[in-house]
Design a protein around this ligand. Structure first.
Ligand SMILES: Cc1ncc(COP(=O)(O)O)c(C=O)c1O
Length: 370
C-alpha cells in the first residue's frame, strides 16, 4: 500500500532517537530519563517514539491527558506523566488509564481523591511548584498548606514534586540556580512533613545538559531526544537530528527576467530563471514567512522565491545544473555535503526549532526508519 501519493514526507529515524536517549541517559546517570513525547513527540509521532523507547525509558511525559490516552490506546504501558495538568472532569479517567497527574490546583487534589475513593491502592500525584516561570505551579508559600491538606485525603499520595525552568537555555545560569534553590526549599518543606521519598524532577533538555545539579531524580528532555538544542548556549553533545523533511520537484519552468513568482508578485526574476515548484506549503508546516530560505536539490542550495503557498512553494533552480521534474528536494536534512538543519529553517522563519518540528502537519506522512 502506498503511504502517500504526493512525495512530501517526513522520515523519522527511531534508531537516532534511541541513540540520543542513550547519550542523555549516560550523561545524567544515575538520574532517570523521562522522554517528553508531548505534541506528538514534537512532530515525530508519539506512539512510534514511545514504542521505540519502551525498553529503556523509565517514564514518558505528555502535556495533555488526551496525549496520554492516545498512548494507552496504542498499548503503551510505561508510566506516563501528564505535565500540562488540565483535567476538567476527567480525574476518574486519568486514574483508570494509569496516568500520573501533575497538579497545581489544590482543587484537583480533592477531585483526584474523590475519584480514587474505593480503590485498594493510593493514586500517585505530583505537585508542580512555580519557581520563577510564572506559568503553572503553586506558589512555594502555599506548599505547606497543600501538603497538610493532602494528608487528610485518603485516596491519594503525593509521590513527586516538580518544577520547570524558564531560562535554562539562556546566557546565564543565575536564574536557573535561583529557581533550583527555591525548589530545594520546597523539597525540604515536604521532608519536614515526612515526605522523604518523593520523586523530584525539574530539568528540560537544556538544564539536564548544562546544569548537573538540576538533574535530581529524573530529567524530562524533549528537544534533545529529537537531536536539537534550544540555543547555542546548550552544547549539542553528539545529538543527531532524527527527522528529515523532503519532497520532489513537481514542475519546472523557464521564465524570462522580470517574471513574477507566486501570490502578490513580490518576487521578480532578476535574470532568465529556472523556477521549480515543490508540493509542500504552509498547510504542511513549511513556514509561510521565510526570509532567504533554501532547499537542497542535487546537492546544491536553491533559494525559496516568492510567497510560500498553502500547498506549494517555488524555488530558483537556475544554478542547479540539470534540475528536472522528479528530482529529490531536501527541506530539512542532508544532501551530499550540504545540510539544512531545523535550526536553519527556524532562523529563516524567525521562530524556534520547536515550532518548526511541532508544526509539521498531519498531512505529511511520517515514514519510520529503525
Ligand atoms: C514541563 C516541561 N518539561 C519538560 C519539557 C521538555 O523541554 P525540552 O524540549 O526543552 O527538553 C517541556 C517542554 O516544553 C515542558 O513544558
Amino acid at each position: 500500500m502506498r503511504t502517500s501519493i504526493r512525495p512530501t514526507v517526513a522520515e523519522v529515524d527511531l534508531g537516532v532517537i534511541r541513540r540520543n536517549f542513550d547519550r542523555i541517559s549516560a550523561l545524567v546517570a544515575p538520574s532517570a530519563v523521562w522522554a517528553v513525547v508531548k505534541a506528538d513527540a514534537y512532530g515525530h509521532g508519539a506512539v512510534s517514539v514511545a514504542r521505540a523507547l519502551s525498553d529503556r525509558c523509565a517514564a514518558l511525559a505528555v502535556s495533555l491527558v488526551e496525549e496520554g490516552l492516545e498512548l494507552r490506546s496504542a498499548g503503551i504501558r510505561a508510566p506516563i506523566v501528564v505535565l500540562g495538568a488540565y483535567y476538567d472532569h476527567c480525574h476518574a479517567q486519568v486514574i483508570e488509564d494509569g496516568l500520573t497527574p501533575v497538579i497545581y490546583d489544590p482543587l484537583d487534589l480533592e477531585l483526584f481523591a474523590r475519584a480514587a475513593e474505593g480503590r485498594s491502592e493510593k493514586v500517585d500525584v505530583h505537585v508542580k511548584i512555580d519557581t520563577g516561570m510564572s506559568r503553572l505551579g503553586i506558589d512555594p508559600s502555599l506548599l505547606p498548606e497543600i501538603l497538610d491538606r493532602s494528608r487528610a485525603l485518603p485516596g491519594i499520595r503525593i509521590a513527586g514534586l516538580c518544577t520547570h525552568f524558564a531560562t535554562a537555555d539562556g546566557p546565564s545560569g543565575t536564574a536557573t540556580r535561583a529557581a533550583l534553590e527555591r525548589f530545594r526549599a520546597c523539597v525540604a518543606v515536604a521532608a519536614e512533613r515526612g515526605l522523604v521519598s518523593l520523586t523530584t524532577h525539574a530539568a528540560n533538555s537544556a538544564a539536564a545538559v548544562r546544569f548537573p545539579e538540576t538533574r535530581l531524580d529524573a530529567v524530562r528532555p524533549g528537544l534533545a531526544l529529537y537531536g536539537a538544542t534550544a540555543s547555542l548556549e546548550v552544547p549539542a553533545r553528539d545529538l543527531e537530528p532524527a527527522l528529515r523533511l523532503s519532497t520532489r520537484l513537481m514542475s519546472v519552468r523557464r521564465v524570462p527576467a522580470g517574471t513574477s513568482v507566486s501570490y502578490g508578485a513580490r518576487w521578480l526574476a532578476p535574470r532568465p530563471s529556472l523556477i521549480g515548484t515543490l508540493p509542500v506549503g504552509y498547510a504542511d508546516g513549511y513556514p509561510r514567512h521565510v526570509e532567504s530560505a533554501e532547499v537542497l536539490v542535487r546537492g546544491r542550495r536553491a533559494p525559496v522565491v516568492g510567497a510560500v503557498c498553502m500547498d506549494m512553494t517555488m524555488v530558483d533552480l537556475t544554478d542547479v545544473a540539470g534540475a528536472c521534474v522528479g528530482d529529490a528536494v531536501t527541506l530539512i536534512g542532508r544532501d551530499g555535503t550540504e545540510r539544512i538543519g531545523v535550526d536553519d529553517l527556524a532562523r529563516w522563519a524567525g521562530t524556534i526549532n520547536y515550532e518548526i518540528l511541532c508544526g509539521i502537519s498531519k498531512r505529511v506522512p511520517r515514514i519510520y526508519k529503525d
